[in-house]
Ligand binder design. Structure first.
Ligand code: GUN
Ligand code: FE
Length: 423
């Protein structure tokens, strides 16, 4: 066996389905060339000669996946939460994103964002940049150095934004093509994702052009969908040919169905929209903290799981104030309890197992075979030391995991591996 093959020993925890969490005390997970060789209670004979990294009583879980965040909103964390979405964008977000026209600001702010993401429990993320091609490249360069696996999008917007943050339609198309061309061959870990901001920011003709770019370059797509009632009503006015919001993306060929797509929020999706999300295999990024901060509401995630939709979690930094995916998990549980209590008594709250699945395998699937330790999955792992989360008596593994999710932070992560490599 070569040195790209080793075993991690510790308390191994991973999901196989939303309802099935595997917990193995003092077990082994084998890494072969960045891919999991499987989980074992005792190391099989064929692996007897490989290096064993023994993490003792620590927890070993798959790396967490953030399906939706905005890097340029790092400087907005923790303030400006007195408004709903559309006013928040105009008052706080657009002026902040405009600063990324300046290279020095982009370097400084993206440097801070990247540093925090590197230390966080996140190993993979879908990330919005801004409309600025140069700043987007700065962000991608910084992310590449972290060896995290990220999809990054230069944002497209050609209407309903202040002049300082609005592109002409052709300019948006050309800058996107130039961005794609400039990065060719530059990155190993960082990849482009097409990013129309949302329908209110993109004219029909820009959407058609982005649809053409998607087909030619086979890019994945990220955007926002049915987050806020005012936004949904506005899309009806802006795009009368669409029967519902998601259809406005579908008309441009940017809504799943062979075009890998992740849509943030889906708080107030109509039944037809949910049906199309399912039919086209669109991923839903559930962003509970943002939905609270911007008073957007509560996404019916129980229904989405029952109906077999692809669902993962997003921090939506900085609609969400924290980029911690531990926090996203506990928030997802908490808002689902309010939904059950206050909105729909048939929608049982999300369980710990379910949110763990969403933050690992659910979102991980957007990146391929990611988010589990089953053989054949990418070896993305976190080693967690929960000793600092004091408790007066010994606890079981499930209890310890729950406390890490509710009380843990980056300081509890002692090692972070992506495709077998420590970062
Ligand atoms: N919709 C369009 N842009 C944004 C954004 O930056 N944040 C959130 N939460 N929703 C959006
Ligand atoms: Fe967002």
């Amino acid at each position: 066996m070569n040195e790209n093959c080793y075993a991690v020993k510790g308390n191994i925890i991973y999901s196989t389905t939303p309802d099935n969490l595997v917990l193995i005390e003092n077990g082994y997970v084998v890494c072969e060339n960045g891919i999991s060789g499987g989980v074992f209670e005792n190391l099989p004979e064929k692996y007897r000669s490989i290096q064993v990294k023994d993490y003792g009583d620590r927890l070993v879980i798959p790396g967490l996946v953030d399906l939706h965040m905005h890097a340029p909103q790092y400087g907005l964390r923790g303030f400006g939460m007195d408004l709903e979405l559309l006013d928040w964008l105009n008052t706080y977000t657009f002026p902040e994103e405009a600063r990324y026209a300046e290279e020095a600001y982009a370097k400084r702010a993206y440097g801070m964002f990247t540093e925090e993401l590197k230390k966080s429990p996140t190993t993979r993320a879908c990330i919005f940049a801004t409309i600025h091609r140069d700043a987007t490249k700065i962000l991608m360069d910084l992310l590449e150095d972290t060896k995290l696996r990220t999809m990054v999008g230069k944002v497209n917007m050609d209407r309903n934004a202040p002049e300082y943050l609005c592109e002409a339609t052709e300019e948006s198309q050309e800058e996107t093509l130039r961005w794609l061309k400039d990065m060719e061959g530059h990155y190993q870990y960082t990849s482009p994702i097409l990013t129309p901001r949302f329908i209110p920011s993109c004219t029909d003709s820009l959407m058609v052009k982005l649809g053409e770019i998607q087909k030619e370059h086979h890019l994945p797509v990220q955007s926002h969908l049915s987050e806020n009632e005012g936004e949904i009503a506005w899309v009806k006015e802006l795009c009368p040919s669409a029967g519902f919001y998601g259809e406005a993306y579908e008309q441009a060929g940017l809504f799943g169905n062979g075009c890998k797509t992740v849509m943030a929020h889906c708080v107030s999706s109509a039944e037809e929209e949910i049906a199309l999300i399912r039919k086209n295999g669109v991923y839903v990024a559930h962003c509970p903290q943002s939905n609270m901060n911007l008073s957007s509401g509560i996404a019916p995630v129980r229904k989405y799981l029952n109906e077999g939709l692809h669902v993962g979690l997003g921090s939506d930094l900085a609609g969400g104030s924290s980029m911690s995916m531990f926090r996203a998990m506990s928030d997802a549980i908490q808002v689902s309890k309010l939904y059950w209590r206050l909105v729909d008594q048939t929608a049982s709250p999300l369980t710990l197992k379910e949110v763990f699945y969403l933050a690992t395998r659910g979102g991980g699937e957007f990146f391929g075979k990611v988010g589990s330790f089953e053989a054949g999955f990418a070896f993305d792992a976190l080693v967690i030391d929960d000793e600092s989360i004091w408790h007066p008596q010994p606890l079981g593994l499930l209890e310890r995991l729950e406390r890490v999710i509710y009380l843990g932070d980056s300081s509890n992560i002692v090692e972070k591996m992506v495709e077998g490599e420590t970062i």
